[in-house]
Every structure is written in C-alpha cells, then in structure tokens.
Design a protein around this ligand. Structure first.
Ligand code: HAM
Length: 425
C-alpha cells in the first residue's frame, strides 16, 4: 500500500521551524496587546455567499480559488480564503454596529486558496491580520499601517517597501470605472481573454493581470489612473495619510497601479513588499473597506485593516535567525534505568512541571551510557539518573555533564538543588 502524503499546496509545520512561528505569533500578540486590538476567532468555513458578496464575484479568489463544497444539508460552504469578510459578518451578526460600533480586532489562522503552489504561495496558508471597524479617519489607516510596520520591524525584517494608493469612493469611483471601461473597449484585441470579460464586468481587475499583452496596455501612457479621478475628500484623505506617515517616519511610495485582488476596497489600499522572495513579493496587504458592510446587507460602516502572509514572513525570518537559537533549552534530562526509575522520575517530572521548569524525560530500560550520549546531543548539562538500585538506597543520582561529577542524594536534597540550579539559568 502506498503512503498517504499531504495534499498539494499544504505542508506540515514542525521541527525547529515551529520556533520561528512562535516568534511571529509572540510579536503579533505583543503589538496587539500594546495597541489594544482584541482577538477574534471566526469559523474556518462560512457560507459561500459571504465571499461572493464580500470579496466580489468577479475576482480571481471567488472565480478560481475557493474551496467550495455542499454540506450534507445541501448548504454551499467555503473554506475561508481571507479573514476580513468573516470579521465584518461577525460584527454585523453580533449587532456591534448598534451596541459598540467601534471595534479593533486581530486574528491569526489558516486561509485556503486553490492557487498554483510555489515558494511562499500555498493552498493552505496562514495570515495574521488587524481590522479597525467604525473609524472613517485617515489617522486610523495610519494606525493600521503603523501596526503592520511595527510587527515587521520587531521581527527584524529589513528591505521592506510600502506602496500605497487610493481607489476612490462611491462619489468618484464610478467616473473612473466608466473612463477605464471606455478605454479598455478601445483596446479590445490587445487584452487577454480573461481581461476582455473583466473589462466588461469589473475593469479594475485588469490592473491585476500579469499577462504581457495586458501589462503593455496598463502601462501605456494613455491608460487612465485612479489617482487622476479622486474627489476632493479622497484626495484630502490621502494627503492626511501621507502627512501622518511622514511624521511617523514610515517611508512609502504611491503606486497608482495598485488595486489589490479583492473588491471591497475604497480609498486607501496598501502593500508591504520584499525584494527577497521572488514573485511572491507581497508580505502584507490591506486597506479601507467602507462598502463591505453594505455589500453584506448591513448599514454603511467604515473599516480598515491588513493581513500578512505568515509563511512569507517565516521565509524571511529563516534567512535571519537560526531557529534552534529560539528554542527554550531543557534544563534537566531525566534518565530512568528501568521501570522503578521511570516511576521515581515521573514524580520528579510532576515537581518540575508544576513549576514550569523545562526538562526531558526518557522512558525504557536504557543504560547510563545511552542517556549521557543523548543528553550531550541535546545540549543538556544536568542528568538525573534513577533505577532499582537507587530506589533501594532511597536516592537519585545527579550527574553534572560539564564537570563529570556524579553525586547520589536523597530526594529532598535533589529537589532543593534543582531549584537552585534553575535560578542560575
Ligand atoms: P491579500 O492581499 O489577499 O489580502 O492577502 C494578504 C497577504 O496574505 C498577502 O500579502 C500574502 O502575504 C498572503 N497570502 C495571500 N495568498 C497567499 C497564498 N496563497 N500563500 C501564502 N500567502 C498568501 C487579504 O487577504 C485581505 N483580507 C487583507 C485585508 C485585511 N484587507 C483589509 N483587511
């Protein structure tokens, strides 16, 4: 029988790499704590309609990348491809627009997109994200960008660049979309088959197309850019944001071609990019989504947020840190020589576990030599040995791996020495 492997585009996260994940999670939690964003955990699957309406029917995510399935009750469900639409659903479902309209939330967890896997692009991947709902101010966009920036800085990620754009609002977007549509009509044959449809149904999506022919059209001098169509309020919003970012010393550039792959954005859109990961260069992305609530059947509610790809952050971190240096080292190796040794050392394990002291407990009837070799390999300096003979003497053996000294002692004496030793570390 052949062995079963993980599904394509998924992977096990294990071994020393896990310490890099802990590092990212720790930094995210510490920044969330500092800015007082509270954690929210939404379901892994949601009604398919949530993403069709929230992310947008004519997006790659909804058209090509969703894991959608009927459940046994005939409901169409989808493994979440992103976290923002579910969070807005939760906000509306819990009536927060009435009881507590301003919320700041963060989240971490797996997302699912049926994409062509490559380094930094998975079918199951992980995001952490921050969302501030109920705040229309440009200063809140700046807080969100500052959080993304701070997390990256605290992780020591370097050579990141921030690109921003403004996608307009209900007032000015229509005129831009109409102009863009007219322009694209004139480009007919120069567009790829997909973009011919996009030009009709959702012309902003053409800016995301990687096809060479479409890229030529997008970068032609006459191509209309949203920056030239912003109304006064959108321009002011962008000016305010830029001023705050400058004051915060966060460098950025305006990328007038940046539209992002999800339809819910209004005004600010941004991406944090790295030059170190090849094609998968976006480490984080986000923006303002003042129309998302209405798209989901709620009242108009402003919102802004971002999500970062944790796999991509881990790839960058792995270039910087040796993950084993992040591992919490075991202080003691508990070496049983037989069954009675196991019993004595489990008692010791209970004592150490109760005090959150890290140790490694082996099992079985191995000889002392085996244990010492293993402890040395694990870099543990203190080995506690117990077996039938020690039990008969009512003692345990303390072996110092550095000096080679070996002392037989009573349990109480050994416990006191363990605590003393721990203080030194
Ligand atoms: P997004 O740009 O689709 O935005 O995803 C955010 C980040 O998730 C990307 O910048 C990338 O680092 C990572 N990512 C996306 N797809 C994959 C993949 N297949 N494999 C590995 N990493 C991936 C959103 O999801 C929005 N919900 C962000 C947001 C929050 N906007 C407002 N609030």
């Amino acid at each position: 029988m052949s062995l079963i492997r993980v599904p394509k585009g998924t992977r096990d996260i294990w071994g020393e790499e896990i310490y890099l994940w802990h590092k990212v999670e720790e930094v995210v939690r510490s920044v969330a704590y500092s800015f007082q964003y509270e954690e929210i955990r939404t379901p892994i699957f949601e009604s398919t309609e949530l993403f069709a309406r929230g992310v947008g029917e004519v997006t790659d995510i909804v058209q090509k990348e969703m894991y959608t399935f009927p459940d046994k009750g005939g409901r169409s469900l989808t493994l979440r491809p992103e976290g923002t639409a579910p969070i807005m659903r939760a906000y509306l479902e819990h009536g927060l627009n009435i009881s507590n309209p301003r919320v700041k939330w963060f989240y971490m967890g797996p997302m699912f997109r049926y994409e062509r896997p490559q380094a930094g692009r998975m079918r199951q991947f992980h995001q952490f994200g921050f969302e501030a709902i109920g705040f229309p101010q440009a200063a809140c966009d700046a807080e969100i960008i500052l959080i993304a920036w701070l997390v990256s800085k605290k992780l020591g990620l370097e050579n990141l660049s921030l690109e921003i754009n403004n996608l307009g609002c209900n007032k000015c977007r229509d005129e831009y979309v109409k102009t863009l549509q007219d322009f694209l009509k004139g480009e007919g044959d120069n567009l790829c088959a997909n973009c011919k449809i996009r030009a009709e149904k959702n012309p902003l999506r053409v800016l995301d197309c990687k096809e060479e022919t479409c890229q030529k059209v997008i970068h032609s001098p006459a191509f209309p850019l949203v920056q030239d169509f912003l109304c006064e309020e959108c321009r002011e919003h962008q000016d305010d944001l830029m001023e705050i970012l400058r004051e915060l010393d966060i460098s950025f550039s305006i990328n007038p071609y940046l539209v992002r792959g999800l339809d819910y954005y209004t005004r600010t859109a941004f991406e944090i990019k790295t030059g170190e990961l090849g094609a998968q260069d976006a480490v984080a992305g986000g923006g303002r989504y003042d129309n998302l609530s209405s798209a989901l059947g709620g009242p108009p509610v402003p919102g802004v947020g971002f999500a970062a790809g944790m796999e991509r952050m881990i790839l960058l971190l792995a270039k910087k840190y040796d993950p084993s240096s992040l591992k919490k080292q075991s202080l003691f190796y508990l070496a049983p020589l037989d069954v009675s040794g196991e019993k004595a050392l489990l008692k010791l394990a209970s004592f150490l576990g109760d005090r959150t002291i890290p140790f490694y407990l082996e099992f079985g009837d191995k000889r002392v030599k085996y244990h010492l070799k293993k402890a040395q390999k694990m870099g543990i300096n203190t080995v506690i040995i117990a077996g039938k003979e020690e039990k008969e003497r009512g003692e345990l053996v303390w072996k110092d791996m550095v000096s080679g000294e070996q002392i037989s002692m009573k349990e109480e004496e050994l416990l006191a020495k363990l605590l003393e030793e721990r203080k030194k570390c």
